[in-house]
Design a protein around this ligand. Structure first.
Ligand SMILES: [Fe+2]
Ligand SMILES: [Fe+2]
Length: 284
């Protein structure tokens, strides 16, 4: 993926996805993963600098209050997908997938493996929370690996050294192992850095099974689902449900680069699927 301009609105979104895919390239060892800095271009490094410095406990509470009450109006799932699709990388419109194409590729790969319909649908909606960018949120508040705030940062988070610039790193109660949480309290009680995962979880939670809710809410929580960090905050339900988060992850990471989905051919399938689980319009 060759980008020229480094400042388009889509630039870092794309770069973060690409970076994660390279980091977890199939067959790459844990040790090779440790060299992730070599795979990161200056844009990605800069992105993590901002993300780690600005995602404070206070910031997360603020953004959840702002968006998770779903007060931004009603739209159908398909309308939101089309709205998200207006985010395009103008520097390279020919080789990059549009947002809808990424969603359809993910969903189609799940479908080809014979998974249940709710699983396919989770694939289709998983990145719709990126509309936060269109609401005016900066990239570092929308994408990036997520991590708990209000307790010690794990070394399994990429670029942990950038947390030195986060004001929370100077607050002792936020830097103990459990921080403001209790042992094995369950992730539902834990605040993760804010982004598209949390938002789409709240938008869709009433309509999708719990397995899908976990996939959506935690798909960027790589420190936990890839590296096993933060188990001291997880409960038995989380442990069980993370099997599904791990089942989902390869479809998100590795469906890129497959052939472009033929939208006209598969559109009716997806319209039926959306109508099966969602009312015509939902709150965003
Ligand atoms: Fe995502
Ligand atoms: Fe994705």
């Amino acid at each position: 993926m060759s980008h020229v301009a480094a400042n388009g609105p889509m630039q870092q979104l794309e770069e973060w996805d690409d970076f994660v895919a390279i980091r977890y390239r199939q067959g790459k060892s844990e040790e090779e993963f440790r060299n992730y800095e070599a795979d990161a271009n200056p844009g990605v490094t800069q992105f993590y600098r901002q993300n780690h410095a600005n995602q404070t406990f206070e910031f997360v509470l603020q953004k959840k209050a702002e968006y998770c009450g779903l007060t931004r109006g009603k739209k159908s799932v398909w309308e939101m997908a089309e709205y998200l699709n207006t985010l395009v990388d103008e520097s390279d419109p020919d080789t990059d997938l549009t947002q809808i194409e990424h969603l359809l590729q993910t969903a189609e790969a799940i479908r080809k493996d014979g998974h249940p319909r709710w699983f396919i649908l989770a694939g289709f909606v998983h990145d719709l929370g990126k509309v936060l960018c269109l609401y005016g949120e900066p990239q570092w508040a929308v994408v990036g690996d997520t991590f708990p705030v209000g307790c010690a940062y794990s070394d399994e988070i990429v670029f942990p050294e950038f947390f030195a610039a986060n004001p929370d790193s100077k607050v002792p109660k936020y830097q103990s192992k459990f921080g403001v949480y209790e042992a094995n309290c369950g992730l539902d009680k834990v605040h993760l850095s804010f982004g598209h995962d949390e938002y789409i979880y709240h938008v869709t939670r009433r309509y999708l099974p719990e397995e899908a809710q976990y996939m959506l809410r935690y798909h960027s929580f790589y420190p936990a689902h890839k590296h096993g960090a933060y188990r001291h905050l997880m409960n038995d339900d989380d442990e069980r449900m993370f099997e599904w988060v791990r089942k989902f992850n390869p479809y998100d990471l590795y469906s890129k680069g497959r052939e472009r989905p033929n939208l006209q051919a598969i559109l009716p399938f997806y319209q039926d699927l959306i109508a099966e689980f969602f009312p015509k319009q939902i709150d965003w």
